[in-house]
Design a protein around this ligand. Sequence first.
Ligand code: UDX
Length: 429
Amino acid sequence: DKPERRVAVFGAGYIGLVTGACFAELGHRVVVRDIDPEKVRLLRVGDVPIYEPGLGDLIARNKERLSFTLDLEEALDGAEVAYVCVDTPPSASGDADLSRVWSVVRSLAGAQDLKAVVVKSTVPVGTGSRVRAVLDESGLGHVGYASNPEFTAEGTAVHDFLHPDRVVVGASDETVARLVADLHRGVEGPVVTMDVRSAEMVKLASNALLATKISFINEIATLCEKTGADVTEVAHAVGLDHRLGPHFLRAGIGWGGSCFPKDSEALRQLASNTGYHLQLLSAVIDVNNLQKRRAIQQLNDELGTLAGARVTLLGLTFKPGTDDMREAPSTVLASRLLAEGAEVRCWDPMARPGAAEPWASTTRHPTPELAMAGADAAIVVTEWPQLKEVDWAAVAGAMRRPVLYDGRNLLDPAAMRALGFTYMGVGRP
Ligand code: UDX
């Protein structure tokens, strides 16, 4: 006896598509609206414009209840809930650029059946009040407002949506809180309700704390290198303390992606707008940038110079299991290597780096082996499982110099050294 609701989802990106498909799976009638004609065309013929495991099946399975449109009126026709899932990229000032959010919210004026507007896009604390004001000006004073931040990670987004650790709903009144909670009936996880500003803050605070854990272990890794300890052993034992937990303690080349870099900058900016300087978070961001500089420095020290060196990047996406290259460490590494005069080659099973720099100046290879043949050094940038299957013995023989910087601690140092590699991990002796 689930109440079936009519939901209009705005934005057919990672968040909008996962949200729309999952709500359809939960039994609601969903129309996803985007302003990109090519995206909508693909979705209408059953193609999913992004790679996210399980999403294509979910969309296909729910096509009776899920449609895609460019047309605003079609999206709003009968819609009771408008879900705002557009992206909020960083602007030049560091603040999140909310122009897409405003254009959706303004477009809602005249929606006859609307009961609630829910913002899922990551926005600065206080955005809810501004949305409220726009709704009031648009004759939608009777429509409720809620913040429902998303915590799904790419690669597991469908599962995370349907089995979340928590669903956070920030609402100004009971009615809208209950409506959003009801929409999630069938989701396996607790619904936590609070005021709008707190909900907006939960998202930014959660991502900042996750990024902090990673930068923290990365600093410990640097210290491990200097003292002869092994960060993988340290992190494992630290993580067994239930107060700390085992997750997000993998030392490596640093965090990237569509959320951590943007959200940590946005939180820092939000704080500075209030006149407070977030000290920890600034250090967290600095350490993350340092990880990539350290990798380049160590390669440079090993090779003597990077000028003229052939360096292979293994993995381009910000993490495995996605085709997403937003804020990927690989982009920073490629730019720095090219600037140092290196020749950059790369392999990735899924990324589509496009023709912009630095990728226009690099060569793509279809396999890791081909990408490393004749190279002076290779860097594991993304821990794709395929890299475990590489015939490393053959690669050691085929490289001009078998130097390997394992930026994700994916491979076994002793085994790689036994094959003749000069192996460098992050925080491992
Ligand atoms: C993240 C959050 O997990 C999610 O809750 C939020 O909604 C969006 O941001 P996502 O960006 O998809 O999700 O990726 P995640 O798996 O969290 O990884 C983020 C980055 O941290 C990646 O670059 C990853 O390689 C890196 N990472 C993660 C580490 O370097 N070490 C770790 O231990 C974990």
